[in-house]
Design a protein around this ligand. Structure first.
Ligand SMILES: [Zn+2]
Ligand SMILES: [Zn+2]
Length: 343
């Protein structure tokens, strides 16, 4: 089978390797679509893992199951989460799935950018979701990114009737706009340095979009919130500057969500006086677990989230190198998918 292996930032090579065989409790999936994630194009992050067959937003069809597998059958179209928790450890029992040692150790084999991949027993049991007929392959490829947004907006507190600022309008920012709107936010504000992304967020329902290249964002946010700032700030860009900006835009009693991991050496200087007396919560939201993937699939099934809202580019696996370049560097790209032809 063909796989796309990531060696370094922008260095993707399509290679051949054997199709894996499912052992007891496992399943083999023929891939139908797989998204390129914002994290896949962060150089320091992928260099920790490279070389690897990247892709963790896959949809496919089960083609073979190992001994003892009875709850899914060949022919079923599925979304598979690449990480699955044990559901029994302390972290799992508290709902902190990404802190489960099993969650971190699990992965699909070799990855989503492959014509076939193996689903280990724990992923098959814990976070493999059959897709309803009405959910297309491309919609299904949004389960994982949407689930990350579900978690982020859950951690943000009550979104209904809140003002929400989303800094960074790449695909994850756009999905935040869509879901914040869907959850009844009073005011949705998007901010980015790229005019086309601002326009995209406007079309998806943002009340206000701010081109952050037109001067200080905090001042512009103050202008549209009668000087109060916003109750929820989602910080997309993985930089200290963006986090500091988020802290300057948040209202008293508000929440700043750190949505992406900053590099290991990054440090934030925080005014603990300001954080204390204005009662600002700074909360991280890393990835997602089985509760959020199920919620995401429900939003997709009911049509609140759909591929047509965000998917702008599609490539076959043979063009994975170009797909990666577009996802990493083309500012007109919101979501880039790799699609796989019928067998
Ligand atoms: Zn992802
Ligand atoms: Zn666990």
């Amino acid at each position: 089978m063909k796989v796309a292996r990531l060696y370094d930032y922008l260095d993707v090579r399509v290679e051949e390797e054997p199709v894996p065989h499912p052992g007891p409790g496992e399943a083999l999936v023929r891939t139908r679509a797989c998204g390129i994630c914002s994290g896949d194009v962060v150089p320091w992050y992928i260099r920790k893992k490279a070389p690897l067959v990247f892709g963790h937003e896959p949809v496919g069809e089960i083609v073979e199951v190992g001994a003892g597998v009875t709850h899914v059958t060949p022919g079923t179209r599925v979304f598979v989460h690449h990480h699955a928790p044990c559901l029994t450890c302390r972290a799992c029992r508290r709902g902190e799935f990404v802190q489960c040692p099993t969650w971190r150790a699990t992965q699909i084999i070799p990855g989503g950018m492959a014509e076939y991949f193996l689903v280990p027993e724990i992923n098959l049991a814990g976070d493999t979701l059959a897709l309803p007929q009405t959910v297309s392959d491309e919609d299904g490829a949004l389960v994982e990114p949407t689930a990350c947004v579900v978690k982020s907006l859950t951690r943000a507190g009550q979104v209904a009737d809140a003002s929400v600022l989303i800094i960074g309008l790449g695909v994850m920012g756009q999905l935040h706009v869509v879901l914040a709107r869907h959850l009844g936010a009073r005011q949705v504000i998007g901010a980015d340095l790229v005019a086309t992304r601002c326009a995209h967020a406007r079309a998806l329902g943002a009340d206000v979009v701010i081109d952050a290249s037109n001067g200080d964002l905090a001042a512009q946010v103050a202008d549209v919130t009668t000087g109060e700032g916003v109750e929820i700030v989602i910080v997309g860009p993985a930089t200290i500057d963006a986090l500091e900006l988020g802290l300057r835009c948040v209202a008293r009693g508000g929440t700043v969500v750190q949505f992406m991991g900053t590099p290991p050496e990054a440090r934030l200087q925080l005014s603990t006086n300001d954080v204390y007396f204005r009662e600002i919560r700074l909360v991280p939201s890393y990835s997602c677990g089985p509760i959020e993937t199920r919620a995401a699939l429900r939003y997709i099934e009911e049509g609140a989230v759909a591929a047509r809202q965000v998917v702008t580019h599609r490539f076959p696996l043979a063009a994975a190198r170009e797909a990666y370049r577009v996802a990493a560097e083309d500012r007109s790209a919101i979501k880039t998918l790799v699609t796989f032809g019928e067998a």
